[in-house]
Design a protein around this ligand. Structure first.
Ligand code: GCW
Length: 717
């Protein structure tokens, strides 16, 4: 009995120890094993001088204490005034003494209100390290950045870091419903426990805010864009207020989705017409009510007249009318409206990829100053690879916000390992040529191309109440990487992977080097086994889990995979060139020419823009059919290689995460083969050709793959 008890206790302890590791995300604060680095820090951190006593500064202090205790085994003494030397001084600009202020004067001129300074300074010949910014939240960002330097075991000699976020709204979009299901969520239920709010503050809310602050995220939309008006009732606003109070000291503003028909549904009005005085008034009063509770409320995110959501068009008005009406309501309080451009209509026979541009481009310059148009990554829908959305590069007089999808709706859910910053980087680096060469998407969204003040990047969150937050341990890297990239859209994804691995797992080079390579290559692996050479939207319908290139029976043509690949006896691909839908004309002439011409169109986008014959010769000399088949095989082989890499990591990390990732990679491998076999068997019906050498033979029939059904696939509402 005693021994049984002991075993149980042991299991409990070891379970919670590793479960905590998963939970701690990239803030593991592992012991610094490199002794010269450890002593360098200890020598430079005799005392921590904390200036100020706001909630935010207290959070910064606690973070430093936790981190130093965990990483260096001791906490330097905390003081509130500067004496001696080799101290770490933490406080905002106004709290610094005159000498340090003077020393940092020109640095302060170079940072924006959220930027920070981490600098070794000498005053009266005494050396100090100062972490500062123009306000306390900026100081907190500086603290997390300093701790990242320590976590990644970097030296701190002569620190001289000035870092300001390049975008203003750095925000997560939660597609969380009030019943706690999460649309396209693969990590459990929603974090927001509406039933227990406002009185019960789950520790998770605090941990969520801390994690976001550590990567510079400063906003969160709590609710699904497929919105429920109830969130705007007093009963729910009280709960939203409680969350806003938790997030505020972490620099995070709360935003909500506004259901356009709310004035009817919860306001007893007969209409939601944006030109109706009663409707206008209703929203104005609603804003007053919200801001009374939450003075720093961020504003509204709106999906209108898209996929059945109500909107201004229901009343013969347009997107500008709707957005501007809401903008007026929040203007007195400094709020913003993020109005989504994700529109396409079943009544529009045009290529779906063209519709958002056709509808929104003519609105350029017509929105109020506090409206930002949120454009999805990709004119179709968050595919494993899409050419950049043509609206980027076409609305010089309108602030445009990028919407990335962090949750893996079309990318194998939280089961497949794919490092998304690589995908995000590819898009941000794309050249729109809007103002000549070098007019990258990054410059459009960070406002430098058109000197926009209102800028932002949104990410559809992959977070749920799973113990490890994101379902897959490596999906945490996508949350992390999103935050890092929205802070600085020019950051290399390899640097992000490096930081994340060191902070999350280990600084051992033998671990970091191969696993980093694995992460970087994972994006292309997924493209290869799902949608190589520009194929897109051939996932099974509804849930989008697994392949379904055969699906053709849905009511809306553009919901059918057959609409996108257009495979027939002659070939495969969607002709969006001049000979087809002419979607290429939505890009600037340089880009249009590049995509339009079969010779110059990058092969990675080939079937996005062109319908080509099965015998078309690829650059490597292979026929299209053979090349396609080999790409699918390559994707499978890449996952096998990911497994090989992972198997060698056992001695560097905890066994729980080692096994979790191992099991997930095994599923990914199985599913990569499923994708390859199902797609090739299906397309083979049209090409009529055999599989080239090197491509494994399918072990199941096409009918078998077609028969697979997943009625309870997660995230599908
Ligand atoms: O990608 C599609 C998703 C929907 C989603 C919609 C959108 C929130 O399948 O689940 O709805 O896009 O972005 O509005």
């Amino acid at each position: 009995m005693t021994s049984l008890k002991f075993v149980f206790l042991f299991l409990l302890i070891s379970f919670s120890a590793s479960a905590q590791k998963d939970y701690k995300l990239w803030l593991q604060y592992n012991v610094v094993s490199n002794s010269s680095i450890a002593s360098e820090y200890k020598n430079n951190l005799k005392e921590i001088v904390v200036l100020g006593n706001s909630e935010t500064i207290k959070i910064a202090q606690k973070e430093l204490q936790t981190a130093f205790q965990d990483m260096l085994g001791a906490i330097p003494e905390i003081k509130s005034d500067i004496k001696g030397e080799n101290n770490l001084i933490v406080g905002s600009q106004s709290s610094l003494n005159a000498e340090i202020k003077k020393e940092l004067k020109s640095d302060f001129d170079k940072i924006n209100t959220e930027g920070f300074i981490i600098k070794t300074v000498f005053t009266k010949n005494k050396k100090q390290i100062v972490i500062t910014g123009k306000n306390d939240v900026a100081v907190l960002y500086g603290v997390f950045s300093f701790l990242r330097i320590l976590q990644t075991n970097k030296a701190i000699k002569n620190l001289d870091i000035l870092d300001s976020p390049k975008t203003r709204i750095r925000i997560l979009n939660h597609w969380d419903n009030l019943d706690r299901t999460v649309e396209r969520g693969y990590a459990g239920f929603s974090l927001w426990n509406w039933q227990k709010l406002p009185d019960f503050i789950d520790q998770r809310y605090i941990d969520y805010a801390r994690a976001n602050a550590s990567i510079g995220i400063n906003g969160t939309v709590l609710t699904n864009v497929n919105a429920n008006a109830l969130i705007l009732t007093p009963q729910y606003l009280e709960k939203v207020e409680a969350l806003a109070n938790v997030f505020r000291p972490y620099g995070i503003k709360v935003y909500l989705t506004a259901r356009f028909s709310a004035p009817i549904e919860i306001g007893n009005l007969k209409t939601a017409d944006p030109k109706d005085p009663e409707v206008i008034n209703w929203w104005k009063n609603k804003a007053v009510e919200i801001y009374k509770r939450i003075p720093d409320f961020g504003g509204f995110l709106v999906k209108a007249n898209s996929e059945g959501q109500p909107g201004p068009q229901n009343y013969g008005r347009d997107h500008v009318d709707g957005a501007n009406m809401l903008a007026d309501a929040v203007t007195p309080f400094g709020g913003v409206i993020m109005w989504r451009a994700f529109v396409y209509s079943e009544h529009d026979a045009n290529d779906r990829a063209k519709q958002a541009y056709s509808e929104f481009q003519p609105y350029d310059g017509k929105f109020k100053d506090n409206v930002i148009v949120q454009v999805k990554n990709g004119a179709i829908d968050f595919q494993p690879r899409e050419p950049f959305h043509p609206l980027f590069g076409a609305m010089p007089k309108t602030p445009l916000m990028m919407e990335f999808q962090i949750t893996q709706e079309y990318l194998g859910f939280s089961t497949h390992l794919i490092f998304l910053p690589k995908l995000f980087q590819e898009v941000l680096e794309s050249d729109t040529y809007e103002k000549g060469k070098g007019s990258t998407v990054a410059k459009v969204v960070d406002g430098t191309l058109h000197q926009n003040k209102l800028t932002g990047i949104a990410g559809v969150a992959n977070i749920g109440n799973d113990l490890n937050w994101t379902g897959h341990p490596f999906a945490q890297a996508n949350w992390y990487g999103f935050g890092r990239l929205v802070w600085n859209p020019y950051l290399d994804s390899e640097i992000i992977a490096d930081e994340w691995l060191r902070s999350t797992f280990s600084n051992d080079e033998n671990f970091v080097k191969p696993v980093k390579k694995m992460m970087i290559e994972s994006r292309e692996a997924v493209v290869n086994y799902m949608t190589p050479l520009g194929l897109h939207h051939i996932m099974d319908t509804g849930h989008h889990y697994g392949p379904g290139p055969w699906v053709s029976n849905l009511s809306r043509p553009e919901w059918n995979p057959t609409y996108y690949h257009k495979a027939d006896k002659n070939g495969i691909g969607f002709d969006r060139s001049k000979t087809g839908t002419n979607a290429t004309a939505q890009y600037m002439p340089e880009v249009e020419k590049l995509f339009d011409n079969l010779e110059t169109c990058p092969e990675k986008d080939l079937l996005w823009f062109h319908h080509v014959s099965w015998d078309y010769k690829l650059k490597n000399g292979q026929t299209l059919w053979n090349g396609l088949a080999l790409k699918y095989q390559e994707g499978v082989d890449q996952v096998k290689e990911m497994q090989n890499v992972w198997k060698k990591t056992e001695k560097y990390i905890d066994s729980e995460r080692f096994h979790e990732v191992g099991m997930l990679l095994e599923i990914q491998y199985k599913e990569a083969k499923w994708w390859r076999d199902a797609c090739l068997l299906y397309f083979q019906q049209f090409s009529g050709k055999g599989l080239p050498k090197g491509v494994e033979k399918p072990t199941q029939t096409l009918d078998y793959f077609k028969s697979l059904k997943f009625p309870f696939a997660p995230g599908n509402g």
